[in-house]
Design a protein around this ligand. Structure first.
Ligand code: F6P
Length: 331
């Protein structure tokens, strides 16, 4: 087995709290194994443009608790083209990189697969607030984002309660409802709309508001995953059907910021460590994943065709908590 001497680390796609903790773990694990570490800035685009910075033990000091990513991030159109990827390979050769740790989400791993096909060893570390990477139970940043959304919605609830209003809150998640459902359960939402469940507006929204009203509630909290529809449209439909005028809040990018919490710091540190150990021990073109409390490695090619389903038992639990009728148990 060839002893690796130098690796690159990059963050790509939407940032997530805990990315810095992962970068720090990669750098420190590399150094502990006698491997040099180069930070590639602005994700795959930076690799194309030879935008890099040498990283030392000290340069990743005091970043564990910081949100965002010190390496910057980007979504690169150029990298989607063969021409762009060949430039990236040239940068790897010029820098003498024996491998790359790519921290990000689905798009990052599609890029990683293409690069690996051109002969560059890559290990992926899943980081996205959407938790939508199929090969892993957990993605770095999800828990912090849930807590940020919960904090905002708790504040909203105070004013909704005072004014006896209805709130429609849109949360991120891209095409997945993990963030919306976990947050919805944690704030005791009147209703939660997720892309994984086809919406029956009458049953999933109107009836639930009516039931909550009959149970004595005077304010209502509707949580909408961005992939399930727009909060503005949901609000307009509520007004048309039952005459109340909901207030709309789109939480947006605030969910991506902030200091990572304990779970994200700890998971990011473990994942970063195992990513470098995989490269050092000659295993690559895989994604580091959490499984049953431990860490495992899944080949990128396999990981990209896996499916991840929203746990519909959680959806039923959310319904039960709010006096709603229960979705039939047929998923
Ligand atoms: O994937 C993370 C995410 O925040 C999604 O939840 C959201 O749909 C998207 O990125 C927003 O992307 P952008 O930063 O390009 O607005």
């Amino acid at each position: 087995m060839k002893k690796i001497k130098r690796i690159g680390v990059l963050t790509s796609g939407g940032d997530a709290p805990g990315m810095n903790a992962a970068v720090r773990a990669v750098v420190r694990t590399a150094i502990a194994n006698g491997i040099e570490c180069i930070g590639i800035r602005r994700g795959w685009q930076g690799l194309i443009q030879s935008d890099f910075v040498p990283l030392t033990r000290e340069s990743v000091g005091h970043i564990l608790s910081r949100g965002g990513t010190i390496l910057y991030t980007a979504r690169s159109d150029e990298f989607r083209e063969e021409k762009g990827r060949l430039k990236a390979v040239a940068t790897c050769k010029m820098l003498g990189l024996d491998g790359i740790v790519a921290i990000g989400g689905d798009g990052t791993f599609r890029g990683a697969l293409e690069l690996s096909r051109l002969g560059v060893p890559v290990v992926g570390v899943p980081a996205t607030i959407d938790n939508d990477i199929s090969c892993t139970n957990y993605t770095i940043g999800f828990d912090t984002a849930c807590n940020t959304a919960i904090e905002c919605i708790d504040k909203l609830r105070d004013t909704m309660q005072s004014h006896e209003r209805c709130s429609v809150v849109e949360v991120m998640g891209r095409n997945a409802g993990f963030l919306a459902l976990y947050v919805g359960i944690a704030v005791g939402a009147t209703a939660v709309l997720v892309p994984e469940k086809e919406m029956d507006f009458e049953k999933d929204v109107i009836e639930r508001i009516r039931e909550a009203r009959l149970a004595g509630n005077t304010h209502f909290m509707i949580v909408v995953a961005e992939g399930a529809g727009s909060a503005v449209e949901i609000s307009e439909r509520i007004q048309e059907e039952i005459g109340i005028k909901p207030r709309v809040t789109v939480l947006g990018h605030i969910q991506r910021g902030g200091s990572p919490n304990a779970r994200d710091r700890e998971t990011a540190t473990r994942m970063g460590y195992y990513a470098v150990m995989a490269l050092a021990e000659g295993r690559y073109n895989c994604i580091i994943a959490t499984k049953e409390g431990g860490i495992t490695e899944i080949p990128i090619e396999e990981a990209l065709v896996m499916e991840k389903h929203l746990q519909m038992d959680r959806y039923r639990i959310m319904e039960v908590m709010q006096f709603g009728s229960i979705t039939p148990h047929n998923d």
